[in-house]
Design a protein around this ligand. Structure first.
Ligand SMILES: [Zn+2]
Length: 319
């Protein structure tokens, strides 16, 4: 067997790179990277005139992940089974603490730690950034968090937790990684040799409560923005501005990052890039959608989180 290593971001490789494999095993460490890879590989699938996928363009993804004593493996056959985006609801947005809670009404040890490194550190050392790799700096944060926790009668602040909150570390357990890696390889062998039926579609391993695992089918989401060609309907009021629509695209269930919007009949509404186009379309942000587009007009939305994919939205005005 020959192994070729590539060093760099997954986003640096073009779609043709991913199209050149028979199967992709992913061991990524965050939701955003999984969304990107999933959308890229789903985008490789070519559809015929009836909208059916061309099997020769389907590259299966075997995705593994672990978090402490828990692990999961899943098989994604783009446009056939559910994709990562279909089950995005199962992955809540990365946890952050509301600053008002941190500053005024801490309840959890995490709040005290967040207070120490986001508010106290810059106050105490305005000219120096916190070095999360420095034991001296981390000890300072830990001690400040402890003082604050005592003041609010909160228990549970430890040095380990401080490291975890500041660096966002989830401990890796070697045995969990080994089990999930084995499950991924097992699925890949089945996919490549057709020797047995592959996992349908999700396996969970829970090592904290014994040696327990189970499988279940993640259903496809009917209006998945990545693996279906559905036109999503969105209802807005006549006063809703383009900026408010963009906000909904970011904070709603689509969880986009920086959307650009083009209307079918009315042309470009807003482009994030290049700077000249951004500047030329910026004035539209504060305008009401009803002044920019017709009722029921279709918008094409692009976003860096979904490379090579266009999302279709049909905008209807509330009567
Ligand atoms: Zn999907």
């Amino acid at each position: 067997m020959k192994v070729t290593a590539h060093h760099g971001k997954i986003q640096d490789k073009p779609p043709s790179f991913y199209a050149s494999f028979n199967c992709i095993i992913s061991g990524l460490d965050n939701v955003e990277a999984r969304r990107w890879l999933n959308a890229t590989v789903c985008g490789l699938v070519e559809l015929d005139d009836d909208g059916d996928p061309d099997p020769s363009t389907i590259v299966p993804i075997v995705d593994g992940g672990t978090e402490g004593f828990s692990g999961q493996a899943r098989v994604i056959l783009p446009r056939i089974t559910s994709c990562f985006e279909c089950s995005l609801d199962a992955f809540p947005p990365q946890k952050s603490f509301p600053l008002c809670t941190v500053a005024e009404t801490p309840r959890l040890p995490e709040h005290c730690i967040a207070y120490a490194f986001t508010l106290q550190w810059p106050r105490e050392f305005p000219d120096r950034k916190l070095d999360t790799d420095s034991p001296t700096d981390m000890k300072w944060v830990y001690e400040q968090a402890l003082i604050r926790a005592e003041k609010f009668n909160i228990s549970g602040v430890t040095y380990m937790l401080t490291m975890g909150v500041v660096k966002n570390i989830i401990p890796a357990v070697a045995s969990t990684n080994a089990i999930v890696a084995a499950a991924c390889v097992n699925e890949t062998v089945k996919l490549l040799t057709f020797c047995s039926q592959t996992l349908n579609t999700y396996m969970m391993y829970m090592g904290a409560t014994g040696v327990y695992s189970h499988t279940f089918v993640y259903e496809r989401k009917e209006d998945c923005p990545v693996c279906t060609s559905t036109v999503r309907k969105m209802t807005v009021t006549k006063n809703t501005t383009l900026n408010e629509l963009m906000q909904r695209l970011r904070d709603g269930d689509l969880r986009l990052k920086s959307p650009s919007v083009v209307a079918a009949g009315s042309g470009t509404l807003y482009m994030q890039k290049p700077p000249s186009l951004e500047k030329a379309t910026r004035h539209n942000l504060d305008r009401a959608l009803s002044a920019l587009i017709e009722d029921g007009e279709e918008l094409t939305v692009t976003d860096p989180i979904f490379p090579n994919l266009n999302l279709s939205l049909s905008i209807c005005f509330e009567q």
